[in-house]
Each structure stands twice: as C-alpha cells, then as structure tokens.
Design a protein around this ligand. Structure first.
Ligand code: MG
Length: 310
C-alpha cells in the first residue's frame, strides 16, 4: 500500500507552503448536515494535531443565514487549547464584536469581485460592502487582530459569466487599502484555469500588490484546482486554502465538488518536496472520521485512495 508519493522536487517552486485550512468553516457551512459543537471542536483539534497551523474555525454571521455555524459562541471557547492560528469569519461590526469578545485574534471578511454576487450574498453593492467592512477592518486592526480579506468570484460568476481581471484587481486593491493584511482570491465556482490564474496574479503585482499578501482559494468543480494551485506556486504564492476531506459542496455551482481537498493538495506538495508540516496519514484519518460523522464518504480522491481497504 502506497502511503506517500515519491518526493521529486521541480524547479521554480517555493520551499514551504502554508495551508489555510477552511474545512471547519467554509466546509461545514456548505454541508447539509449540521454537526454537533463537540464534534466540530474535536475536528479542529484533530486538524491541528495533523500539523495544520492555520485553521479557520467558524463564522460569526447571523445564525439565520448560516444555521450550520450558529454555535460559534459555544465552539470558539472550546478551542482555547488548540495550538494553531484560528481565524474566524465576521460579516460586519456586530460579528466582530462577538468574535473579539471571545478573544479572536485573526478575523476574515468576505467580499465579492462582482456586483451580482455582492447583491445576492451581501445584499449590497460592491462599494457598499467595502464601506461596511471599513470599520470592521479598522477596529480589528486597532485591537491587534490579523485581517484576511476573501474575494469571491475572482475568475467567473454564475450570473455575470466572465469576470474581467481589472475588475478583480480593483476590488482587491480596495480591500488591501482598507487595511487587510492578506487576500484570498476565490474561484467560487471553480472555473479558473492556470493561465487565468497567472494573468490575475501578474495584474495584481503590476498594481502594486505583492505576492506574499496573496492566498489562493480554488474549487475543484471542473477538476482544475490542483493545476491552478501549481500555476500559483510557480508565480510565488505560498498560502493555499484547502478543506480537509474536500468538505463543502459549492452552493453556487450545481455540483457536489467544491473546495480543493487538503489531502489532495498535501499529496501534490509532498510529491514536490514542498514543506507543509502536515502528516498526511493523520489528516486522512481525520477526514475519514469526519465523513463518518456526516454519514457520507469524502469526495477527496486522496482520502479515498489512502483509506481504501483491500
Ligand atoms: Mg470555498
């Protein structure tokens, strides 16, 4: 039984990648099954024990919008002993207040590169959503918190179709101008291809955004997530979002396949000899356990291959 790929480095790639694990937040918020708080806490503990150092824990969004994460107030204190950075998503100042009251030191805001998604997801124009984030980011930073700015629909939008690169650059710059420490470029419907990824990264660089402030968030809807990741690594990106076991379908694309699975990512990075600190066997065991909690198998091909019983 093969448990790890043979390590064969390729030129022009970073020595180390930081994985921003999103399974507990982006993953579980898009799962149909609501998971008990104690199971979520155990999930985060296991993810940390597998070597993940940044684990997005939950979202302080109104429970009406994301009932799967309505227990953020109960969950977050259970994670006090977890040895990892635990960012939380906050939609507005009210969410920020709730997160800061519990001692959160890393927050994330969720913006849109397109007007239609901003309107549907945030009930605001892009400009209005940026205005809403302004005091959130300012107050988070005043409190010493690190701020991540998610930017969704960077490569395509289900209502608007193609999204021009210059439009993404403009909103990305605006998020950084608000004070975000890093950006996560989201391919929310999974339509990106490698040349498009490199074109956007180049355009951001030309606009003064350095690659060290950029993370990538790919979805595997069309099977492109790892190709796009490799293209981003070749460009110098060292922060990659992924979801353990591929948790979380995509609510905006009619497909079961959403987030890039962390195990699939680690398999590729291990094979390239790129350091992540993640123990693939421990991570896979965690996702197999989580799949049992959810009552359905993991969509990750690496999880399936590694957990296949002869
Ligand atoms: Mg996602």
């Amino acid at each position: 039984m093969i448990g790890l790929p043979m390590s064969v480095p390729a030129p022009g790639l970073p020595a180390r990648v930081r994985i921003h694990e999103v399974g507990a937040r982006d993953g579980l918020q898009n799962e149909k099954t609501a998971v008990p708080t104690e199971v979520k806490a155990e999930f985060v503990r296991r993810l940390a024990a597998s070597g993940l150092t940044t684990i997005e824990a939950t979202s302080f969004v109104h429970p009406k919008w994301v009932p799967q994460l309505a227990d953020a107030e109960q969950l977050f204190p259970l994670l006090a002993d977890v040895d990892a950075a635990l960012p939380v998503l906050v939609p507005n100042e009210r969410g920020l207040d709730r997160a800061l009251a519990l001692g959160a030191t890393r927050i994330a805001v969720f913006g849109s590169a397109t007007e239609t998604f901003a309107s549907r997801n945030l009930n605001r124009t892009v400009a209005e959503s940026l205005a809403m984030f302004e005091p959130v980011v300012a107050r988070a930073r005043e409190g010493g918190a690190h701020v991540r700015g998610y930017l969704s629909m960077c490569f395509g939008d289900p209502w608007e179709g193609a999204v021009p690169v210059h439009q993404v650059v403009s909103v990305a710059k605006a998020l950084l101008d608000l004070g975000c420490d890093e950006l996560s470029l989201g391919d929310t419907i999974g339509v990106a291809t490698p040349g498009h990824v490199q074109a956007l990264l180049s355009a951001l660089n030309e606009a003064g955004v350095t690659t060290d402030r950029i993370g990538v968030h790919f979805h595997d809807t069309y099977g492109q997530a790892l190709s796009n990741t490799l293209a981003a690594l070749q460009h110098g990106v060292t922060t990659v979002d992924a979801s353990a076991g591929g948790l979380g379908g995509c609510p905006y694309a009619k497909s079961a396949t959403g987030n890039l699975a962390t195990e699939d990512l680690v398999w590729m990075l291990d094979g390239l000899g790129i350091e992540t600190g993640v123990d693939l066997a421990a991570l896979t065991a965690t996702s197999v356990w989580m799949a049992e909690q959810l009552g359905r198998p993991s969509p990750s091909r690496t999880v399936r291959a590694l957990s296949h019983k002869e």
